[in-house]
Design a protein around this ligand. Sequence first.
Ligand SMILES: [Zn+2]
Ligand SMILES: [Zn+2]
Length: 267
Amino acid sequence: MKGIRICPLSSGSSGNCILIQAADCTVLVDCGITGKSAQTELVRAGVDPNSIDGIIVTHEHIDHISGVGILCRRFNIPVYATLGTWKAMIDGLGKINPMLIRYIAAEVPFSINGATFHPFSTSHDAAESIGLKFTDGEKSGAVATDMGTVSKHIYDLLSDCSIMLIEANHDENMLIRGPYPAKLKERILSDHGHLSNKLCGALCAKLVREGSLRKIMLGHLSSDNNTPRMAYETVTNSINATGFTVDTDIELYVAERYCMGEELTDK
Ligand SMILES: [Zn+2]
Ligand SMILES: [Zn+2]
């Protein structure tokens, strides 16, 4: 394949599974949906499950791993994760062939079939969570969800990405006024939780204005504390304030659960 592609097979608090293609490499970032759903969505995305080169797991939360074991066993797919994530998730995956276990570490790039992946640490409340930048050698993209906050280092790393799936988890007011227990609200709003629409908008605006970002997919929306429309409008307003305009200069989409059909490519 020429260029790079990000296709969310499913995104949101209830299950995340993102297809990435770059050079001759096809991987899934997380599989927090059932094996059956993942297979169905892969076929819809035009990808044979037998051609998957790896599943890269960002962290052990159930919305990211529930289908990992099944897919790994069914199609003999290597699973990549940090040591901390492996320790935290291994009991939940079922039996995994040791030959398919791959260890990765934040800030240590690794290659699969011509694509290079650069994992970076995120401040999410998991054992050793990562986000992922990838490149085919020419174009770069990233999957950046479950972020908590965005450090200068992460910002610098993402600045040359042209396409990105990025977290717009919640609307702050909706979360604060909503039904969640105080402790959970605190966690989500903290630097170890999730990026709000507003923080996402600020990051997108900066990456558009100062970086290379041109195509954006908002993801990991909370079904209780956000709506696709609120996420889209908040981020649009932030971007439009930069002098770049959504639709004219910037492609902006919202990924929903089993949203198939919308994807980002840069060729
Ligand atoms: Zn998480
Ligand atoms: Zn998550």
